[in-house]
Design a protein around this ligand. Sequence first.
Ligand code: ADP
Length: 582
Amino acid sequence: MSAVLSPVQEPVEEAAMTDGFHLVLDALKLNGIHHIYGLPGIPITDLTRMAQAEGLRVFSFRHEQNAGNAAAIAGFLTGKPGVCLTVSAPGFLNGLTALANATTNCFPMILISGSSEREIVDLQQGDYEEMDQLAIAKPLCKAAFRVLHAEDIGVGIARAIRAAVSGRPGGVYLDLPAKLFSQTMDAEAGRRSLIEVVDPAPRQIPAPDAVARALDLLKGAKKPLILLGKGAAYARADESIRALVERTGIPYLPMSMAKGLLPDTHELCASAARSYVLPEADVVLLIGARLNWLLSHGKGKTWGGKSHKDWGGQKFIQIDISPTEMDSNVRIDAPLVGDVGSCVDALLGGIGKDWPAAPSDWVQAITERKSKNIAKMAETLAKDPKPMNFHSALNVVRDIVKANPEAMLVNEGANALDFTRSIVDMYKPRKRVDVGTWGVMGIGMGFAVAAAVESGQPVIAVEGDSAFGFSGMELETICRYNLPVCVVILNNNGVYRGTDKNQGGGSDVAPTVFVKDARYEMLMQAFGGVGVYATTPAELRQGLEQALRSRKPTLINAIIDETAGTESGRITSLNPAAALKK
Ligand code: ADP
């Protein structure tokens, strides 16, 4: 309050005021959101300045898509919505890919974009960066809101938070027109208008009859299998999941971002026998995993079906927070709707001393397959070909991750993704983040920034040279914030590999081929980071060890055989040309 003099010279109290800028920031802080990933510009530049002044950390990126990816994975890693802030129209559109990807992956995220004035947009009068952003965002996210009045900011942010994290998490768009920021209101009334969201992601307890049905099915199984998805990792029910696996003795298979929920080296981990257990299992318990393309839609040859549409005969129990997920591909015999923690605890409640041990012939058969495959892999990994290939390079990453289990692993590419997923074991939950449900390229540096910021741990980003290109400019961001990120580029001179030929015989290189022997490490050096050019596993090992010790931004350009890599990695069958070749 400040005293001013009235015309009759009597002191009066002038009410303290607040404005739209501060109400947005206060609402975020009130709800425990202290990080903003974004890219400043009109009309949100001042908001980013004020955010810093108010004690929030603002991470400024070079492209909104990377900021959006950072926010999305921050959401996955913290269980709170990650916030991405962009300018209007083009900035908003750049952020939208990440918002859609977050929604697809069930990551909680809020994209906040400044926008043009409603009056001009609605009459299509041609404003600066005019676009009806709310309408465009709606079909691509879980929920979309616009706030027009400062007194509604508290409600707007509360609704965005609830929509992002409750039930199935996802992306939320919040449209804040430029005029909102400069609106003022009484500070006390403003403070009272803010909402601290109580219990933003309420537990969802499964129905007792659904639990009994699931237990019945599981108890009668001769070849039971547990499949862990990234929904299980997100749910943070690590101890309960471990107890379920160990008390029942049922082998489990982790999807890529569920790796490490239990250590990949656990005796019941069936990853090394994946192609055996999927068609053989008779009852499959899905925990936070969808039967989408990554699991061949629960049917076809992968599951023991005779043709690609044929059902393999398994019975499914599915734990998911979203009731409509059930039966989306095949029949779910025992749907268990609720949050993973509550559902797994409910199952544990029904697993008493009389619970039968997992059939030993089944467990034994898996162990045998596993040992054989692990021995075969060890042989391949022990080879030292010149030039390096994916295996010899990733053998080094495998050792480094084993020695540093707290480190975060970011992974994208085609072959770089497939090989890393199968070669590099994870030991702790939520340490591996990757291309997710879409298999999207471009998440790399955005994920790496947020993984470093949110975990405080060193980050190893294993990137295909093609995948890296989508977000490579964020090396500057990594250096600017001095983040402990070590990017390892598995460089084979192109998309999939570097040896394709121009089929028309012209002088242009083939569409999948890049500049030969590109010196990616110099990009990192350009911004003050450490660049390493590695042509041998020993050089790669030394570079990685040094990066983890120093925590300095580092890029290792790992040169691998340019003939290494298959077309589309392991999804060759999805390439339409593959159908022509059949
Ligand atoms: P993956 O790709 O690892 O198989 P998906 O993204 O396909 O995993 O599946 C994740 C599933 O987890 C989604 O269907 C989502 O609804 C569900 N899910 C997310 N969070 C929870 C939670 N806390 N409890 C239960 N289910 C959840």
